[in-house]
Design a protein around this ligand. Structure first.
Ligand code: FES
Length: 118
């Protein structure tokens, strides 16, 4: 999807690229990144609380724009947030995004997925 001006239409979907693996997934403007990431079907992606309270779904947004809901400062400091680190369960895309996974999510996303060798 090419870069387009932000839209509030809920059915608009954006492409999210995980830089660590090169994988891409689609996420609607009304859904959070974690739910769309879980649709990849990868075993071991920590699902957590989906409410911004447990901190297992940290990602760093390196490109693109998004809206976010309240995140616990116990898991994302103001400095981290300024650097693009957010909780995937609290972020909805408003453009195509590129993200790096960090923390517990990084281990789940980057481990080998072929032939059950995990
Ligand atoms: S799943 Fe708990 S903070 Fe995102």
């Amino acid at each position: 999807m090419k870069d387009e001006p932000m839209s509030r239409a809920e059915n608009i979907r954006f492409e999210v690229k995980i830089l660590d693996t090169g994988e891409k997934f689609s996420c609607s403007a009304s859904d959070h990144l974690l739910r769309a990431m879980l649709a990849l079907g990868r075993k071991g992606i920590p699902s957590g609380c989906h409410g911004g309270g447990c901190g297992v779904c940290k990602v760093k947004v390196t490109r693109g724009t998004f809206t976010s809901l309240v995140m616990s400062r116990a898991h994302v400091s103001e400095e981290e947030e300024r650097d693009g680190i957010v909780l995937a369960c609290r972020v909805m895309p408003t453009s195509d995004l590129e993200v790096e996974v960090v923390g517990k999510l990084k281990k789940a996303i980057t481990r080998p997925k072929a032939f059950g060798l995990v």
